[in-house]
Design a protein around this ligand. Structure first.
Ligand code: ATP
Ligand code: CA
Ligand code: CA
Length: 422
């Protein structure tokens, strides 16, 4: 499928930022990637590499269209996460960082003010994050790394990189690169963002009828009588992983995360083609690699990956505002039990036989610690509503409530479709 979107020009408010982000990550990542892999040290977790870009260029950085500074955080840790635990192909990753991006189809960013950009193959998301989230991710990176290592099938967001761009007038923008839970080759017919809370967790049903892309919430799920149709085998696996992930989130003392659920109905297939005409495409035309692909010697996986990425980045066979979506699922997803069926988890009946729904599931937005701010929010909201149902309860309560809700929405789980909130 080739999709055609509206090309975003240099006059767009986010064009310069996008250009700088893509140029920075691509130079920083290829620099780390070109080195021989080595075991991690303690310093790797706190490391940061600085780059300075300008229109002239120097030995370390090619000339760029704009002046800006760039920081790459814990590059060796993220490299190990990507290659050893998230099974990313280094060339695919580099390539994605050289190419077009699509501005979030969610329209206006969430209340947090974050922007989302999708890579042209829809595999990667760049999310701008608040300074506090950035600081927090750095502070828990070691624990996150250990959790991912011990839990190859974790449902938590997969972080592939953490970076910062500093614009000349001093504005600093932090961002992460992470996995897109939703695949390029399947329409997602319904989307839910579930927290296990019922207060304020309703997307207006009349609006939902008009907007197939709406992100629905807990009360929509309950009112529509939905359940995750999973037979005993998958139900047990998913429950156990969710349990471990929520124990981990409880230890981190975070909250406000959700289980994102995308539902693809196989009978409906892809004919709605819901993405058409909604795309805003960035084609920032980042500077070419400094070296020619043939200048990279050797047969190590790193060298092979670099050469491939460099060659492919030179191919410009599609128009600037068109996006080629892959026809099938490729790459890393086959390694993960919850992302193995068409890139997701196919529904099964009580005999564990496949049914015609595929779920795309993951725990997102996991970088909000229970800060002073949240304590205040808790206090104020707690005056007017049932303390246990509102979102900002303390992290241990949040995690327990989250996990029981997710258990309850699985068919046959405790409560099953009978779950009706409190
Ligand atoms: P807020 O703090 O207001 O909830 P936010 O800016 O932190 O918002 P998220 O909660 O991370 O944003 O995500 C907002 C929406 O973006 C999600 O409900 C989901 O629709 C989409 N989204 C986020 N992360 C992913 C992902 N990894 N894959 C697919 N979609 C995602
Ligand atoms: Ca959120
Ligand atoms: Ca958030």
């Amino acid at each position: 499928r080739v999709l055609v979107g509206n090309l975003i020009g240099e006059d767009h408010v986010n064009y310069v930022l996008m250009y700088n982000m893509l140029t920075g990550i691509r130079i920083a990542v290829s620099r780390t990637q070109a080195k021989i892999k080595r075991p991690l040290t303690d310093e790797d977790f706190t490391a940061r590499h600085k780059y300075s870009f300008d229109i002239i260029g120097n030995e370390l950085t090619p000339s760029a269209k704009y002046d800006f500074k760039f920081k790459d955080y814990a590059p060796w840790v993220f490299r190990e996460l990507r290659e050893d635990y998230f099974h990313l192909d280094p060339a695919d990753y580099l390539l994605s960082l050289t190419a077009k991006y699509i501005l979030s189809e969610l329209g206006s960013p969430g209340k947090s003010g974050s922007f989302f950009y999708f890579s042209r193959d829809y595999r990667f998301i760049i999310k701008t994050i608040h300074y506090s989230e950035h600081k927090y991710l750095r502070s828990i990176l070691k624990q996150y790394h250990a959790h991912v290592k011990a839990n190859p099938h974790t449902l938590l967001s997969r972080f592939y990189g953490l970076h910062r761009v500093k614009l000349p007038r001093g504005r600093k923008i932090h961002f992460v690169i992470m996995n897109n839970l939703f695949p390029a080759h399947k329409d997602v017919h319904e989307t839910y963002d579930l927290k296990g809370s019922t207060i304020g967790r309703l997307y207006p049903e009349d609006k939902a009828q008009q907007n197939p892309r709406a992100v629905l919430k807990d009360l929509n799920w309950i009112n529509r009588g939905k359940s995750l149709e999973l037979g005993p085998e998958k139900r047990a696996l998913l429950t156990e992983q969710l349990r471990r992930d929520s124990v981990f989130l409880k230890e981190l003392w975070v909250m406000d995360y959700s289980l994102l659920v995308g539902i693809h109905n196989m009978r409906r297939g892809n004919r709605d083609n819901v993405r058409r005409n909604t795309l805003k495409v960035f084609s920032p035309d980042v500077p070419p690699f400094r070296r020619k692909a043939t200048s990279i010697k050797g047969t190590s996986p790193e060298a092979v990956a670099m050469r491939r990425a460099m060659r492919e980045s030179d191919l410009k066979h599609l128009g600037n505002n068109s996006i080629q979506l892959p026809e099938e699922d490729t790459g890393d997803r086959q390694h993960f039990i919850f992302y193995q069926d068409e890139g997701g988890l196919q529904a099964t009946d009580e005999q564990n036989e496949p049914m015609d729904t595929v779920y795309y599931l993951g725990v997102i937005d996991i970088l909000t610690p229970y800060s002073t701010l949240k304590k205040f929010e808790h206090f104020w909201k707690g005056m007017s509503a049932d303390r246990h149902k509102i979102s900002p309860v303390p992290p241990s309560e949040y995690a327990d409530r989250f996990f029981s809700f997710m258990k309850a929405i699985m068919r046959g789980g405790e409560g099953g479709t009978r779950f009706k909130g409190e």
